[in-house]
Design a protein around this ligand. Sequence first.
Ligand SMILES: Nc1ncnc2c1ncn2[C@@H]1O[C@H](COP(=O)(O)OP(=O)(O)OP(=O)(O)O)[C@@H](O)[C@H]1O
Length: 386
Amino acid sequence: MADFSSLGLSDWLVQQCKQLGINKPTAVQENCMPAILQGRDCLGCAKTGSGKTAAFVLPVLQKLSEEPYGIFCLVLTPTRELAYQIAEQFRVLGKPLGLRECIIVGGMGNSIAMNEPFFWESTSETRTVEELDQRYILTPEKVKDAYMVHLIQTLTDQHDDWSIIIFTNTCKNCQILTMMLREFNFPVISLHSMMKQKQRFANLAKFKASVYKILIATDVAARGLDIPTVQVVINHNTPGLPKIYIHRVGRTARAGRNGVSITLVTQYDIHLVHVIEQQTKTKLKEYPVEEKAVLKILTQVNMARRQCEIKLESTDFDEKREINKRKQLILQGKDPDLEAKRKAELEKIRSQKKKFKQKIQEQVQRQKCGQLKKKPMKRQHVKATE
Ligand SMILES: Nc1ncnc2c1ncn2[C@@H]1O[C@H](COP(=O)(O)OP(=O)(O)OP(=O)(O)O)[C@@H](O)[C@H]1O
């Protein structure tokens, strides 16, 4: 197996890696770094938590140290948290260079044209069972939450040092679950796009530092976040796409560690589980649950949830959602008021079209009725003249 020196990294960079406990290159690093150092365009695909960040950070730093001039590298990331995480990797590994990084968040995406890219894809994309123990619980739809509370209770009783991420599908759900689990005294904190950015960073930092052991998040936390202490990922809803599932469960079992992922599945989600199993080439195991224990807490959980929903309704959460929508439009370079006007006009045209269609249908109907009434009269008349 190659080491970092033989891949073309200078001693200072190899030492820097060692200080971080990065001694041997992972497969994606071994295969992509030489191509990047040769100056070729490169696309690298490998499983989650396999060191893709260092696979491009290290050669970029190597090249920069050879010619330290100007704005050298632009990294685009899907979330703000990821931008900060990658900047931190650059900062730590590039410290001896006196590297200066700048984080720009928000704005629109760009596309980059590439010539003859070097493409490397891991042949073992799916994780081994030793790395990630994947299970699911089949829940009747209405007691989705009671199963989750029971599950967290069991996990935290058995492993009080474990960190858990719970993924859910909407910001509102994320907020309600956080409030509800706090009612049960779980150390919970949340992360979703309707929170202020400052709060998002603060919550993530508290979770990373294990001040809070449970993070409830939307898919804003599904990609790229590297928190080695995460032992369990719980999917509060079954992801609609296998890709989302892979990113979510990839937040555990990082860099060869072990991890568990548990997905709550209702009777309507079975087909989604099959698609996930096909794509990940892994058969999900059914998680044994003490039904009696779930039934015991069912009423309490349902009541707590309802109370949290009422509490949230009395806050300005929906108003904030509206503000967030407007913010997104501004970031996309659109005027929110003009957009609202455009939507209203489109709606007007749609409803006019609908009315027109209805009118035509009514006319046709009337004509049909008229013809039906006329026909026998015509026949009578014909008979009379005959
Ligand atoms: N060669 C290595 N040896 C050991 N650990 C490594 C090595 N390279 C990177 N790591 C560590 O592995 C962890 C995961 O790395 P990274 O976040 O880059 O994964 P990734 O492949 O980008 O994952 P994802 O697809 O989820 O974004 C990090 O904590 C990183 O420090």
